[in-house]
Design a protein. Structure first.
Length: 249
């Protein structure tokens, strides 16, 4: 009968212990994975509920608006529904910021391809993406923020009609330092209401959006005048060719 050496006895004792350790590690990984998926699922459901709520309830503001309030001590803003915004204002913003707004599903792939092919550093952000950022997120270029922006963009495109997306955007976009929303902007620059904006005034306000802190709609530079004239033509064009149909204008 073969005799078992002390070394063999020791290796037999270690093998079950090693298997037990591996089993505990595998169980811990499975538990952590289940917790992670549950957290992600709950987070997604909360995001869906949040976005769905704002289809009917005016968003109170965003993180950036709160930051500006803390920085300067006050902000100007007054929510107005779409039927109290001049239709030419809605068309001007589309012409200036996202000419294919009524045609895409949140991301303008044709525009993104143009930017990539040109090797440009300019953005190709749609009005839907800007709305997602302004309402639900913070400003910045981190990949984590961009990933969340993509999720919220898809949600608002799926849960809101296009007219609602533009309505929210026009009420939360910054038009000057501490001036948010088209009603406050119309009063700030032209002493009028969003409903009574002229085509020229609407075009100039639309030109403010990419750089609201460095442009002035009431005392425009030649660049702003030229850009506004281009936006005015674009607004008339999309009214004729149907690219404004999704907003009823």
């Amino acid at each position: 009968m073969p005799r078992t050496t002390p070394k063999q006895k020791s290796s037999r004792k270690k093998a079950p212990a090693r298997r037990g350790t591996l089993d505990r590690m595998a169980n811990a990984i499975r538990w952590a994975r289940r917790i992670l998926w549950r957290v992600l699922a709950i987070g997604f459901l909360l995001a869906v509920a949040w976005v769905a709520l704002y289809r009917f309830v005016p968003p109170p503001g965003g993180i950036f608006m709160l930051q500006e309030y803390r920085r300067i001590g006050s902000v100007e803003r007054e929510w107005v529904p779409m039927d109290r915004i001049a239709p030419v204002m809605a068309r001007s913003v589309i012409a200036a910021e996202d000419a294919n707004f009524c045609l895409h599903w949140g991301f303008d792939m044709a525009e993104i391809r143009k930017v990539i092919e040109a090797g440009s550093t300019r953005g190709a952000s749609t009005l839907s993406q800007q709305t997602a950022k302004n309402v639900f997120l913070w400003h910045g270029r981190a990949w984590s923020r961009k990933a969340l922006e993509s999720v919220f963009t898809l949600l608002i495109e799926g849960l809101w009609p296009k007219r609602r997306i533009l309505e929210v955007y026009l009420n939360i976009a910054e038009f000057d330092d501490g001036v948010f929303g088209v009603e406050a902007a119309a009063r700030h620059y032209f002493r009028t209401s969003a409903a009574d904006l002229t085509p020229t005034q609407a075009a100039r306000l639309a030109v403010m959006l990419p750089a609201p802190k460095s442009r002035d709609a009431a005392n425009p530079t030649q660049f702003v005048r030229n850009r506004a004239a281009s936006v005015l033509d674009g607004a008339a064009t999309i009214a004729r060719d149907g690219r404004a149909d999704c907003i009823g204008g």
